[in-house]
Design a binder for this molecule. Structure first.
Ligand SMILES: NC(=O)c1ccc[n+]([C@@H]2O[C@H](COP(=O)([O-])OP(=O)(O)OC[C@H]3O[C@@H](n4cnc5c(N)ncnc54)[C@H](O)[C@@H]3O)[C@@H](O)[C@H]2O)c1
Length: 285
């Protein structure tokens, strides 16, 4: 029988692409969310993961639907700053992540992929990053409550991995998630590069984000690893070096940047996960 994976937030923007990709690649997927998915590709159980009891039940056994879960993909969250009051974002996101990791521990699930965020790199970069391209090698710089929670989650997971030596936890620092229907807006970004400077003009195609999740589940080894996950190109038609020279002329450039290459380094993901993104907005507009 296929390995069973529980996807929290499987009805959301990124979650829908993740559920589709995992189903297409032979995983037995269950979707745990507060709302159903319009796709109905995987059995759905309505849960509020801020309730520990519901998290435990959902990662253990749901009546006659399933008994036992082999792996967890945790995406459920309020997905950006400003959508709700900061205290509500903190409560929902922090508690949800604590609960699902604790429930996974109780259920003996040792393979977890969870959504972190590009924001921990220092978005919106009102303080410039230490160097370009940005990568996983410098300390987190959360600038909002949303991002602070992502940083606290990364920190919590490092400790959990110390407590549970067999735990493999893969944190994916996703860039801004996009679908082909979002790409029609991209050519206008060139009129005002300031519009997308806040994340260094990066994005992630949801399908490539889903690939990174699957590769995270398949990663060898144990312990916590975090990866920046972005599309290989920017949202701009202007070459990346022109943007660097205009907005960040003082910054150390750690390697040459070519063409429309992203300033969010995906080298670690390529090297360790085998991440190989294949979708670009340039093929859709
Ligand atoms: N969208 C982006 O640009 C982006 C960028 C970086 C990281 N992320 C992260 O990726 C993940 C998915 O983001 P998304 O864009 O798909 O968000 P989304 O809002 O579209 O989906 C999130 C889903 O989680 C569910 N959810 C939230 N709290 C829950 C709870 N307490 N119990 C049960 N379900 C709950 C929601 O119902 C929703 O369906 C999030 O962790 C987000 O922080 C998103």
């Amino acid at each position: 029988m296929a390995n069973r994976v529980a996807v929290t937030g499987g009805s959301g923007k990124l979650g829908r692409a993740v559920v589709r990709d995992l189903v297409e690649h032979g995983w037995d997927v269950v979707n745990l969310d507060r709302v159903p998915s319009p796709d109905a590709l995987a059995p759905f159980t309505k849960v509020d993961l801020t309730d520990y009891g519901q998290a435990v039940e959902a990662l253990t056994r749901i009546d006659d639907r399933y008994d036992g879960v082999d792996a967890l993909v945790h995406l459920a969250a309020i997905p950006a700053p400003g959508l709700q009051a900061n205290a509500a974002t903190f409560r929902n996101n922090m508690l949800t992540t604590f609960n699902v990791f604790q429930a996974a521990r109780l259920a003996g699930i040792t393979n977890v992929v969870w959504a972190s965020s590009e924001t921990v790199l220092g978005l919106p970069f009102e303080t410039p990053p230490p160097y370009l391209p940005v990568d996983e090698e410098y300390a987190a710089r959360p600038e909002s409550t949303y991002s602070l929670v992502k940083h606290l989650e990364e920190t919590m997971v490092a400790e959990l991995c110390r407590w549970i030596p067999e735990l493999k936890a893969t944190g994916l620092r996703f860039s801004n998630v996009m679908y082909p229907e979002d790409y029609a807006a991209f050519p206008a970004f060139d009129d005002d590069p300031e519009l997308r400077r806040w994340n260094l003009w990066s994005y992630i195609d949801a399908r490539d984000g889903a690939q990174a999740v699957r590769f995270g589940l398949e990663r060898e080894g144990t312990g916590r690893e975090v990866f920046v996950i972005a599309s290989p190109d920017t949202v701009m038609t202007t070459p990346t070096m022109e943007l660097v020279e205009r907005y960040y002329p003082e910054l150390e450039l750690r390697r040459p940047i070519e063409g429309h290459e992203t300033l969010l380094s995906i080298e670690k993901a390529r090297r360790i996960l085998g991440y190989n993104p294949s979708h670009s907005w340039r093929n859709h507009v």
